[in-house]
Design a protein. Sequence first.
Lengths: 177, 639
Amino acid sequence: MQVDLSSNFFELFDLPVQFVIDEPTLITRFQDLQKQLHPDRFAAKPAAERRWSMQAASYVNEGYQTLKSDLQRAIYLLKLNDVSLDEETDTQMSPMFLMEQMEYREALEAAESAADPLGKLDAVRKQLKAGIHEQSQAFDQASNTGNWDEARTTVRQWQFLDKLAREVKSMEERLDV
Amino acid sequence: MALLQIAEPGQSDAPHQRRLAVGIDLGTTNSLVAAVRSGSADVLSDQDGHRSVPSVVQYASDGTTRVGQAAESSSADSRSTIRSAKRLMGKGAADLTDSWLSKHYEFDVDSGSLPAFVTAAGNKTAIDVSAAILQQLKQTAEETLGGELAGAVVTVPAYFDDAQRQATKDAASLAGLQVLRLLNEPTAAAVAYGLDNEEGGIVAIYDLGGGTFDISLLKMQQGIFEVLATAGNTSLGGDDIDNALVQWLMDQAGIDSLADPQLESDTKAYARDLKEALSAAASVSVEWDDRAGHELRTELTREAFDELVMPLVSATLKPCRQVLRDADVERDQVTAVVMVGGSTRVPLVRDQVSEFFGQPVLTSIDPDEVVAIGAAIQADVLVGNKPDSDLLLLDVTPLSLGLEIMGGLVEKVIPRNTTIPIARGQEFTTYKDGQTAMALHVVQGERELVDDCRSLARFELKGIPSRVAGAARIQVLFQVDADGLLTVSALERESGVVASVDVKPSYGLSDGEIETMLRESMDHASEDMQKRALQEQKVEAARVLEAIEAALQADGDEHLKAEERAVIDAHIAHLKSVVDNGADREVIKQAVQALEQGSAEYVERRMNASVRQMMSGQGLDEIDSAVGKAKHEACSSDS
């Protein structure tokens, strides 16, 4: 079996370079690769081979974790197409989207002091999930048609929603006593 | 291009003789060694037929070292009889305060980098004590198996940090063992049940020991175990049940306290007997007195006992919910639940956990032996006795690893629960013009601020070429190997200057600290975010101030009239005063914006001037960095 550590993650996992991937293929290929490359397979081998195995297994793990997550996969596709996200400086978002964000924030704050906070949070989470699904669909379409400006915008919005989803999760953890 | 030809499994190596390998469960109170013989794994007994060795080592003044039962039965000097050394593995002097160990032992914290037990035979570190136990297990194994060991798999708790793993590995080397792999205890338990042979699914490992509780979720598929998430509580365990029973005895007898330590320990032993009896019987008769006239003769029913145990069991279910959330797994997706640790013999524990996961729990392998057995199976595979085995264990990082950034904040580089081995890079840049060195501070933990995380290592990258702030590109690489051990290196791209450090701190996190840090990260999540936002705004203010002041000093007079300069100076003074007076984030942000708007015209003049200057024939690099800098300054006005 040949492994080329300079190949991109899609090539590494035998997947076409596109947003929608076949998850079973990703998992099967990941497992095949790790079965051959993982340091445990080199436990009784010379140090140089063990070191190589660690690097190779690390690369495969990184690729797997990147492609497994929808958002990370989208960001990676942007990178492959030389589209910069400029997270630090770019804050221009559509007013409508920003308005929606504020509504989410308000809903989160209201949930914390509500009579049934976990139930309210659950509602927010479902709404966020639908919003994220929408962004991923939009990204799929934009990236397939080579509309990278649009693809970039959807990822920026997606990141906002993702951050909110993580906040919902940590709020749930705090409320779980 | 890194191309490598890898042979199919089983083809590359010539057929070899079967090699001897063992699995070792190095426990806090008991340690076990197991091996695969004639195809099945079993715990190896010592000459006297004991299946486990108490993790106790005694150092006598004549130089003899007694391990296990021999150390326990000898009545010599209790300060030289070391128990529970595992609690001190990978820890420093700072961790000794108010711990159980410091109450029972005398320590020397000055003569070495590691705290040492002062014994009749001199100073001994936790690594020395663990090595003595491992040596004993090695001897038992070599006598039983009839040959020299080729290697061993040693298990560690899933939450063990870098320093604790390193210490365990060091102890094994000291005992003359070749460590094939440090294996997480829950993973070992899943392997023992052969769950790798199933179709696939998600396994929960519920491990309730004497003093600690751990819950892990593993995904298995085609012989691969992937640790999805792990959580726990390091101050929860069977001891709590014993203490609750002691309290119950006292309450029933109508007394407030136990007179002396001897009575205390005898009562605790009696409570343990009651607990064990109630695992099988529906009720037991109680006969107890405090040797001072208070006598108790009564019946303890399973029902009353369950009531005492219930708070403990409920407390274990919270981490259970947490791992499900961390792994994004629903309860009904869990396909098997494995019970580990002596305390899971308590019927109520089994019942409650069954109910929580909605299925019967696996208890057919002795919960005290299951970890050692799993380790033995893995050792047999790793040493090469089963070239066709599909078994592969993929572990995760128990805590996030990161770097300190400006303002005492933590930039997470590898989040917790990332599959290892993993290498991850992050690019950093210089903060000041002409900066030629960068201090790197590696930390571990979930909190946003450095002060709330554990410091693992500090090192410095020197020899960065002198450039304007933000022009140097420093790539910092974190590499965690399959045993969970971390190496950090830093590289300046242009000059190729490199610095690196194997993170081998002299001490690591205490168990309690890990748990507290995890818990606090949840409790403080929103507080942290606010603190962080404020801190970031302060850093931003400092950056803007530094840039504008440096610019003004360089060419302020050249580009500005006196009245224009006065306006900018007023904005600067205002921003400084709001930062110094501890204003909130929004106020600082507005002051930053005011300064940026007030100086926008000046920044533009500077940029035009620097572009003109560049056109008159400078090197490409300087143009790039000058443009970068000008852009950076210009951009900051719309952030």
